[in-house]
Every structure is written in C-alpha cells, then in structure tokens.
Design a protein around this ligand. Structure first.
Ligand SMILES: Nc1nc2c(ncn2[C@@H]2O[C@H](COP(=O)(O)OP(=O)(O)OP(=O)(O)O)[C@@H](O)[C@H]2O)c(=O)[nH]1
Ligand SMILES: [Mg+2]
Length: 426
C-alpha cells in the first residue's frame, strides 16, 4: 500500500526547571545559591531521507515527541537537554500545520533538514539570579513548555517531466526504457499503483521523470484510481502524454487525448496549462506507417506536438527525449513552497484581554510565556513577574478595560486576583 498523506501529532520537549538550592558545606553556615539550570527541551526536525519513497512509516504510529529537558539540581548541576526528534520523510514532502493550514516546510532535496518546532528553554537556576544586593535569591525559573501540534505530511514528488495517460498506454515501459527505474510493467490496466521516479541521462545532461498510475474518464469523480495521484505530477515542468497509438485503430486518438486533458483540467488549471508533448507509443505494433503519419499531422493540426515512439524497441525515443530536454531547459523549475517565516516556535499573539463571565483572560505570547515560567509559590519570583507584567502594559490594559479591583484574571493556565497598585496609590 502506498501512503502519501498522513496526519500526525508531534511535540517538542519542555525545558527543565531551574533549581533553587544553596550550598551546604561544613564550616560554611550560609552558602551561596547553587541551583543549576534546567536542560532545554528537544527540538522537532524533519529531514528528507533519500531512502524513503513513501510516508508508510507514519501509517500506524501517530504521535511523536522529543525529549524533555531535565531539571537543574543542587551544586550547579545543569539538567541534560532533551533528545531531538528527527522525522524522516520522502523527498518532496510538504509539512502543513493542520490548524492554520500554513506550510511549515517543503523538503525538496534528499538531505534537506528543517527545524519545525524548537524545544522549550530550560529555566535558570537561582545561582543565575545572585547579585551584590540579592545574594540569596530563593527562586528559580521554570522551563518553558514544548509545542504540540497536529501536522499533515503530504508527499508531492518533484520531477522535471511527468508521464500521464490511460492505463496500459506504456508509461512505465517508457520510464524503464530511458532510466534505471524499474516500475512494474504488465499487460493490464492499473499496473502502477504508486509514483516512480527515474533520472534520464542524455548527452551529458539529466532530468527527472515521474511515472504515475493511469487515468481514466471520470477520474475526478473517483473513477479508477482517481485523481489522488495527479498530486505527483503537479510539481513538474512539463508532461509527456502517452497514447497507445496501436490501440487507437478504429478509435479517435484525439478524443482519448481530450478525455485525459479534461481530467487534468478538472484537477487544476495549472496542470491543464502545463506544456505537453504527445508520445504516440507502440508504433512497433502498427504496420500501416501512413496511419502514424496521419495521426501526427492530425494532432499537429489540433496544436499538439506528437512523437511516434516504441518504448519496447526504442524507436523514436531519443528524438522525444531530446525535445523533452530542450523544453525542460526553457521552463521554470517545478513549484516548491518558499517558507518565509522562521520556525513556528510560538504563534505570536498580541497582548489582549477578553471577558468571560466575571473573569478576564489575558492573552499574548510574551505574557503567557513569562507567566508559564514563574513559580507562583515563590514570592520573590512573583514580585519580579509583576514588575515585568507592568512593563509589558498588562496592568494599564486591564485598567483601560475597566477590570474591577479583585477580579479574577487568567494568564495562560494560571489565575490571579487583580489588584491595581497605581489605583490604590491615588
Ligand atoms: N508492442 C508494444 N507494447 C508495449 C509498448 N510499450 C508498452 N507496451 C506494453 O503495454 C503493456 C502496458 O505497459 P505499461 O508500461 O505497464 O503501461 P502503463 O501505462 O504504465 O500502465 P498503468 O501502470 O496501468 O497505467 C505492457 O504489456 C507493455 O509490455 C510498446 O512500445 N510496444
Ligand atoms: Mg504503469
């Protein structure tokens, strides 16, 4: 079974907490702070593995997590960093954030590696907070949380030229004839059940050719193998439309070509507009050469560039390949996603407040992160947090929104009572 689309959940590691400890040594009654830092959480990476050709590895297992950072400890012992998670995918895999629909990565070339989600930071131990005036800080930071996201992996192979046509037209035979790829070839429709890539070497140059399962009329309605595989010729520069010329005796090859092109158009207008060459295949099985010549000129009349070939004997194949190469040279590279933004460590949410019944919910990436790091059982740490919240404008915002004294305010998953010092001072 071929798997080219999966949804999984991944999580980057949370940072370990910093420690708040003090040295205890013989004859040293008041040792200084000695709490070590928490380790950072593991990152989530994706890498395009040249050995992978499908997303089969993600068919059954759906949840993957990087390691959490260890907590810091006494005697300035720093926690170990969490182990990174590296997801191997087939080259050509696009990674999409399910919730936002945003493309996070497009792993085009074998070996490409992208950071998807960074691990949380380790909290600093109390040793870091010692200053000449605060020699015994008895608080430490908590580590920040990792990120958990649902992501969709979508394989869309990338090639210079894609083969399309009815089942049994000889697409796989052609790919096998011109490259080292060995797709299955057989005398029945729907032999090919997954895309195959082959590299064609021609006079010192090379290009990549993709073979997909055959299409039939109504593919866009789910007939045959349906449209799903057209995803794998979406990222090409040009198409070779393979026609069984021997099988068209008594039939109208133009109509057959229209049927396939209609299916392409039903998939996407871009695919329908992709430059196309017609390979009139199986000419070795046609005795009436005039018939072939007529086909070519008939197609030319209709605006198609057609090439009589035999994938079996090799007749006409190099003429076709040269034309493909020349065409491919002039065409833009297959479309890939360009990721502008940095790895999605956090969704940057601006500061805001919303009322929910008689409680208020403060949102904002910066404040939520700040609060998530604070150990609320520690008065010093809470005081520091309040100063920072003030600096970030949280109090001013709550005041401006008319939040009453004593109201319950949530920031992230923590609850506070709102006491406005400035109001009381007046
Ligand atoms: N005589 C002759 N037979 C050919 C030629 N090319 C392919 N065939 C035969 O046609 C049949 C189908 O070939 P395939 O390459 O499997 O066709 P396909 O287009 O890949 O078919 P699907 O994978 O089902 O879409 C096989 O029996 C091939 O041997 C050719 O140039 N001449
Ligand atoms: Mg095939």
């Amino acid at each position: 079974m071929f798997v080219d689309r999966v949804t999984i959940t991944v999580k980057s590691g949370s940072g370990g907490n910093g420690a708040a400890t003090f040295r205890r040594e013989k004859y040293v009654p008041y040792g200084g702070p000695s709490g070590g830092d928490g380790g950072r959480g593991g990152d989530v990476y994706v890498v395009a593995d040249p050995e992978s050709h499908t997303l089969m590895a993600y068919r059954f297992r759906k949840c993957f997590a990087a390691g959490n950072g260890e907590n810091g400890a006494y005697r300035n012992m720093h926690g170990h960093a969490g182990e990174d998670l590296v997801l191997k995918v087939a080259p050509g895999t696009v990674i999409i954030d399910v919730k936002t629909g945003r493309v996070l990565a497009d792993l085009v070339n074998p070996g490409d590696k992208t950071l998807l989600f960074a691990g949380g930071r380790g909290g600093r131990g109390n040793a870091r907070f010692a200053t000449p005036v605060r020699q015994a800080p008895n608080f430490a930071e908590k580590g920040t949380l990792g990120i958990e996201r649902e992501i969709r992996l979508e394989l869309k192979v990338i090639a210079d030229v894609g083969l399309v046509g009815f089942p049994n037209a000889g697409k796989s035979t052609l790919l096998a004839a011109v490259s080292a790829a060995r797709p299955r070839v057989a005398d029945y429709p729907f032999t090919t059940l997954e895309p195959h890539l082959g590299v064609v070497y021609l006079e010192g140059e090379s290009f990549v050719m993709a073979d997909i399962p055959g299409l039939i009329e109504g593919a866009h309605l789910g007939q045959g193998l349906g449209h799903a595989f057209l995803r794998h010729v979406e990222r090409t520069r040009a198409l070779i439309h393979v026609v069984d010329a021997a099988g068209t005796e008594g039939r109208d090859p133009l109509r057959d070509i229209d049927v396939i092109n209609n299916e392409l158009a039903n998939y996407s207008s871009e695919l329908a507009a992709r430059p196309q060459l017609i390979a009139l295949n199986k000419v070795d099985a046609i005795h009436d050469r005039q018939f072939v010549d007529q086909l070519v000129s008939k197609l030319a009349h209709a605006g198609y560039e057609a090439f009589p070939v035999s994938a079996v004997t090799g007749e006409g194949v190099s003429v076709l390949l040269r034309r493909v190469r020349d065409l491919v040279r002039t065409l833009p590279a297959p479309p890939v996603h360009v990721i502008e933004s940095l790895p999605d460590n956090v969704d940057v949410v601006p500061l805001g407040v919303a009322q929910e019944g008689d409680t208020y919910v403060v949102s904002g990436t910066e404040v939520e992160r700040l609060v998530s790091r604070v150990d609320l059982d520690n008065e010093d740490a809470v005081q520091r947090m309040q100063l920072t919240l003030k600096r970030l404008g949280v109090f001013a915002l709550l005041r401006a929104k008319g939040v009453p004294e004593g109201a319950q305010v949530f920031i992230g998953n923590k609850q506070f009572s709102f006491y406005d010092e400035e109001q009381r001072g007046k």
